[in-house]
Design a protein around this ligand. Structure first.
Ligand code: CA
Ligand code: CA
Ligand code: CA
Length: 195
């Protein structure tokens, strides 16, 4: 099926399509187990949304760094793809760490099945880390304020492994249509005053 589609495209179009697809996916490069070895994700202009199919290794963590601005709404979802029902395996967890590598948000199972989901409003402009790890079975979650080095579930002790979907989005704190209305609401009275 893929070959049929490709044969109908010129090499230039195929290159453009390949480039567009590769730029649109979150990718990782192991080892990315710590903030120091994180894979950088370029957010660019907001609103932003992207996703990638990645691999969690037993004992491993996948860490991604993102530059975010005050008021940005970061939403991260991780969903296990190894078994059915979707999200049940691997049992992933998500952590958001700030530039000091301090845990500021954590989730285990708010996503699909044992998938993880976090929505976090960025309190100050800077670098943040999105970390995907596995549930380690000891019934003890990390505490907000923990450092990456000491946060339980991110210490390399979990048995979970397999492919998972990571989806990230970043939106401004005030939705654009609302911001536009506010701008018009401010401009129209001003113009009337000028007249
Ligand atoms: Ca990985
Ligand atoms: Ca990793
Ligand atoms: Ca989980």
């Amino acid at each position: 099926m893929i070959r049929t589609i490709c044969s109908s495209l010129s090499s230039g179009a195929l290159f453009a399509l390949t480039a567009a697809v590769s730029q649109a996916a979150i990718i990782e490069s192991e080892p990315n187990n710590t903030p120091a070895t994180a894979d950088a994700i370029a957010i660019g202009a907001v609103p932003y949304a992207d996703a990638g199919v990645l691999t969690l290794n037993a004992g491993g963590v996948d860490v991604f760094s993102v530059d975010l601005s005050l008021g940005d709404v970061l939403v991260a979802n991780a969903t296990g793809l190894k078994g059915l029902p979707l999200g049940s395996n691997p049992d992933v967890v998500l952590g958001i760490f700030d530039s000091a590598e301090t845990l500021v948000a954590f989730d285990d199972d708010a996503g699909l099945e044992y998938g993880a989901s976090i929505g976090y409003v960025i309190p100050s402009t800077g670098l943040y880390y999105v970390a995907v790890s596995g549930y380690d079975g000891d019934l003890s979650y990390p505490t907000l304020g923990d450092s990456f080095a000491t946060a339980n579930m991110f210490d390399g002790g979990h048995p979970e492994s397999g492919s998972y979907l990571l989806a990230l989005s970043v939106t401004p704190s005030v939705p654009e249509p609302v911001a536009t209305l506010l701008l018009i609401g401010g401009l129209v009275p001003a113009l009337r005053r000028v007249r």
